[in-house]
Design a protein around this ligand. Structure first.
Ligand SMILES: CC(=O)N[C@H]1[C@@H](OP(=O)(O)O)O[C@H](CO)[C@@H](O)[C@@H]1O
Ligand SMILES: [Mg+2]
Length: 637
């Protein structure tokens, strides 16, 4: 408000919709299921919050009460913001886009973008009057890349309205133009400087460019008066999102609380499980040479031997992040990561996580029908979702059975007396294997929604259910519980008629603690898979048989400008080049069970091609042919 009088300059360049709060978890309820034990994981937090929590020297407007003085202060603050921004000039000629999952590019080109995103996160904190998160990571990208992502107050992705602002300020030109863009945002959002103080939690992954980018982000955050940065050190992306959510719900939101919450929920779920539930043998974890190695070690410690894990690809001897390892590599290339051996590890239960530990895919090696040497069997995000969905449907059915109520047929919405219809649905993208969609719809009777790629789209749809599960085939996903449904379970679970009903209610309540409610999380995902396998008494091979994937292939095609391709129908059809879509349609028709689509990546400078068909050979051929069409008709290089 105080800035507004002064910030009425320049053309109305902002076309973004007015701010609409998407904070869905307001309230101060405690988030832990069991009492949080005093932590033994202090060593798991690598730097203390105080190490980065230096407040800006910018003058707080709060203390000023005459308008002349306010204007003076405004000028001071603006010139300080301009000076700070001038330290981080944008690289000439480079255009930045917030993309599928934040800004990503070569780490050496990102300092200005990261500084400016720091400013944006600070403004977002003032606007929402909540804690915001920033994480410096490029996830599965090569080591030289880096990136930055904003976590909103509910721990989810930055609201899409503000992505527009992120793009504007990242591309605003020199420090003067940048400050002008900031003024416009302040004006548009009616951000109050005098009365509010803000906080931004800041974390990074293990990339070499991380520390200097954290510094740039901190300077950006603290260049906004009244806002402080709290350094959280090296964290997985989902840990940071979890902490933002927890802090805004009135919890401590520390790393030790995170591990305590997960391990307590896991312990409770084991106690609530069928008797005689035993471990399925050690799980081998491929940590992608990234942050996951340290954090899985912490998780193991917090589980105190409850689930045996062997850790590989830790990066502790200088091995390169994401190089021939990790969830993205295994899922896309369908080959074993480094340090896994098809024969020596034959039949063992393995999982790969990605560079920032927000994705997981399981796999094992074993004989195939057609080949003599062991082959990789991938249990991707789709199969993980199917496992989760079947488990949750079972619990809901148990409650419905004991209450003698009905399951509505049109979609899976069991009616629980006293609560009503529990809306339960699943969300996928076009990359989901066709066999998984069929399994979810036909075997489990679930409603399946398709969205464009990117967790922000899936999350939004899943949050519309009482229990909504979303997963990308690449292994990013989670299970979201509506707050009111969890409250109902807590209050009424014990009053359900039979022991199975009570147990099912308690299990669901514990699952809402075990599974990260902010964002997909490889660590909590692993615990959930491990738990369900133990409940079912299944090996990974038995889990694999719930359905058989249709053979598929993914390719990347380099084109001059990937933005020439725009898509429609949840990214399954090309809109901007009709002759390309027509040619793809003609090609797909030639293949038994054929399906193919192309879309520009939001994280890499490529066009992605996806193809499915009745045999692997056919899927490979279809992908190759469609790739050639992209090359010919969309400016391949
Ligand atoms: C096919 C694929 O796996 N795409 C990934 C990848 O996005 P692209 O826009 O396709 O580059 O990275 C995103 C962020 O991690 C993830 O959400 C998404 O699923
Ligand atoms: Mg990731």
């Amino acid at each position: 408000m105080l800035m507004n009088s002064k910030f009425l300059s320049s053309a109305a360049f902002l076309t973004a919709k007015p701010f609409a709060s998407n904070f869905r978890h307001a309230g101060s309820s405690q988030i832990t299921l069991a009492a949080v034990r005093l932590s033994v994981f202090a060593s798991c937090s690598s730097w203390s919050s105080s190490s980065l929590s230096r407040n800006s020297s910018l003058p707080p407007l709060k203390s000023v009460d005459t308008s002349l003085a306010v204007l003076e202060m405004d000028r001071d603050r603006l010139s300080l913001l301009r000076d700070a921004a001038a330290e981080f000039p944008p690289p000439p000629g480079k255009k930045f886009s917030y993309g599928t999952a934040g800004f990503r590019t070569d780490g050496s080109l990102l300092h200005s973008t990261v500084f400016r995103t720091g400013v944006l996160a600070a403004l977002r904190s003032l606007k929402t009057e909540k804690v915001i998160g920033l994480v410096i990571t490029a996830s599965h990208n090569q080591e030289a890349d880096n990136g930055i992502k904003v976590a909103d107050p509910d721990g989810g992705m930055l609201t899409m309205d503000w992505e527009v602002y992120a793009d504007i300020i990242a591309n605003a030109g020199d420090a003067n133009l940048f400050v002008k863009a900031v003024e416009e945002i302040v004006k548009k959002e009616d951000i109050q400087f005098g009365s509010a103080s803000g906080k931004v939690l800041l974390a990074r992954d293990t990339r070499r460019s991380g520390p200097s980018l954290v510094e740039a982000a901190r300077k950006g955050i603290e260049a906004v008066s009244g806002v402080s940065a709290e350094g959280k050190g090296v964290l997985t992306t989902p840990q940071l999102h979890w902490m933002v959510r927890a802090t805004n719900k009135g919890s401590v939101g520390s790393e030790s609380e995170y591990f305590d919450t997960l391990s307590s929920a896991f312990r409770s779920l084991l106690d609530l499980g069928p008797s005689g539930v035993s471990e399925r043998g050690p799980l081998i974890v491929d940590c992608s040479n990234g942050v996951g190695a340290e954090k899985v070690t912490c998780l193991q410690r917090s589980l105190e031997g409850l689930n045996d894990m062997e850790i590989r690809n830790t990066g502790r001897n200088g091995e390169i992040l994401n190089y021939l390892v990790g969830a993205d590599f295994v899922q896309k290339e369908k080959v074993l990561p480094q340090n896994f051996d098809a024969v020596r590890d034959e039949g063992k239960r393995c999982v790969s996580i990605d560079g920032d530990a927000d994705r997981l895919v399981y796999f094992y090696t074993g004989q195939s029908v057609t080949e003599l040497t062991p082959v990789l069997h991938l249990l991707d995000g789709d199969k993980i979702m199917a496992l989760f969905a079947a488990f949750i449907a079972d619990q809901l059915r148990s409650i419905v059975n004991v209450t003698g109520s009905a399951v509505k047929q049109e979609s899976f919405a069991p009616v629980i007396p006293g609560y009503g219809a529990v809306k339960f649905g699943v969300v996928q993208t076009a990359y989901a294997n066709g066999a998984s969609t069929r399994y979810l719809q036909q075997n489990l009777g679930l409603e399946v929604v398709l969205t464009p790629t990117g967790v922000k789209h899936l999350h939004e749809k899943a949050a519309a259910y009482d229990i909504g599960i979303y997963f990308e085939a690449n292994g990013h996903g989670t299970v979201l519980f509506r707050d009111s449904f969890v409250h109902w379970l807590k209050k009424n679970g014990d009053t359900l008629p039979a022991v199975e009903g009570k147990l099912a209610a308690k299990r669901l309540e514990a699952v809402s603690e075990l599974v990260n409610q902010a964002v997909g999380d490889a660590l909590s995902g692993i615990l959930m898979v491990e738990l369900i396998l133990r409940y079912q008494g299944w090996s990974i091979q038995q889990w694999d048989t719930i359905y058989t994937d249709l053979p598929s292939r993914q390719l990347k095609v380099k084109v001059l400008d990937r933005s020439v391709i725009t898509t429609t129908a949840a990214e399954t059809r090309v809109k901007s080049i009709p002759q390309l879509q027509e040619a793809i349609d003609n090609e797909v028709e030639k293949y038994e069970a054929g399906r193919a689509f192309v879309r520009p990546s939001g994280t890499e400078d490529v066009v992605r091609v996806y193809a499915e068909a009745a045999t692997q050979e056919l899927a490979d051929n279809l992908a190759r042919e469609v790739g050639l069409l992209v090359h010919q008709l969309a400016g391949g290089v």
